[in-house]
Design a protein around this ligand. Structure first.
Ligand SMILES: [Zn+2]
Ligand SMILES: [Zn+2]
Length: 129
């Protein structure tokens, strides 16, 4: 049996599939329900907005989102911050703007290094797909 620190309250608990202590798990279920109701009523919302409306801390919302708990309910409607600029997005890890910048950067890196092998590799990889 492994003992872990609960990510919610920091207390030690016996490791279980939920990844947190039973009290925090029960608490998150309440939060999950609250957020679910809010989204059903208002549709898509950013984490900030959900926090204001439900009182659930943004940190907890983000953690639930990352653990897939909120999506599990079929509620893929929460905006979360883009990894690069922090704007609210609803899918992927980057907003469309940063996403296209990122792709450009990757291409630049490849040609800057003059690594034709890498480019060939990429092309082959895409072809194979
Ligand atoms: Zn806990
Ligand atoms: Zn962005």
């Amino acid at each position: 049996m492994n003992v872990k620190n609960c990510p919610g309250c920091g207390k030690l608990f016996m490791e279980n599939p939920s990844g947190m202590c039973p009290e925090c798990y029960a608490q998150e279920e309440v939060y999950e329900h609250k957020i679910g109701e809010f989204l059903r009523e208002f549709g898509k919302a950013s984490i900030e907005r959900i926090h204001e409306a439900t009182g659930v801390s943004e940190k907890i919302i983000l953690r639930m989102l990352k653990s897939g708990r909120l999506q599990a309910e079929g509620l893929n409607m929460i905006g979360y911050p883009c990894d690069m600029c922090g704007i609210s997005i609803f899918e992927g890890r980057l907003c469309s703007k940063c996403g296209s910048n990122f792709t450009k950067q990757v291409k630049t890196v490849y040609s800057d290094k003059n690594s034709t092998d890498a480019q060939r590799g990429v092309r082959m990889y895409t072809k194979d797909k």
